[in-house]
Design a protein around this ligand. Structure first.
Ligand code: OFO
Length: 163
């Protein structure tokens, strides 16, 4: 059984994950508007993943007999300066989500709530993957900016040889 304080914190995380879904969907819309269809599709799919993260928390709260609460979420920005800025913002956002998850893990340990602690391990691993993914996308901008188009092609070729 969850403490009231843990229920509140998990519900806050549901809202954060829903905000993430809306943020990535807004980014997807901006990319589509600019004709950047690849990034638009990627970000839309990522928005779906965030909804799944929210739903997983929602299910966990309900399974414990507590009440999952759906809150109002702030509207995300709708305009961005560039594609690089979009992905810099995704990384910054994911870092803030990692901090929120770490805070939840701390609270679960502090309360000796080992069930929630165990449940949250999935999110800890997921945040590691998401930060890595967005950092790798930002690396592409740096390679291109430093005139490394041929380096980029060679790297893609090497990756395909490993398959
Ligand atoms: Fe992109 O992160 Fe959810 O948890």
């Amino acid at each position: 059984m969850l403490t009231p304080s843990m229920v509140l914190k998990l519900n806050q995380q549901v809202a954060l994950e829903q905000y993430s879904a809306n943020l990535y969907l807004a980014m997807s819309a901006w990319c589509a508007h600019k004709g950047l269809e690849g990034s638009a599709a990627f970000l839309k799919a990522h928005s779906d993943e965030e909804l799944a993260h929210a739903r997983k928390l929602f299910d966990y709260i309900n399974e414990t007999g507590a009440l999952a609460v759906i809150s109002a979420v702030e509207a995300p920005p709708k305009a961005f300066g560039s594609l690089q800025e979009v992905f810099q913002k995704t990384l910054d956002h994911e870092k803030s989500i990692t901090a929120a998850i770490n805070g939840l893990v701390d609270s679960a340990l502090g309360e000796k709530d080992y069930s929630t602690f165990q449940f949250l391990q999935w999110y800890v691993a997921e945040q590691h993957e998401e930060e890595r993914l967005f950092m790798s996308i930002l690396d592409l901008f740096e390679i291109m900016e430093s005139g490394g188009r041929s380096l980029f092609m060679i790297d893609r070729e090497i990756a395909s040889k490993g398959k």
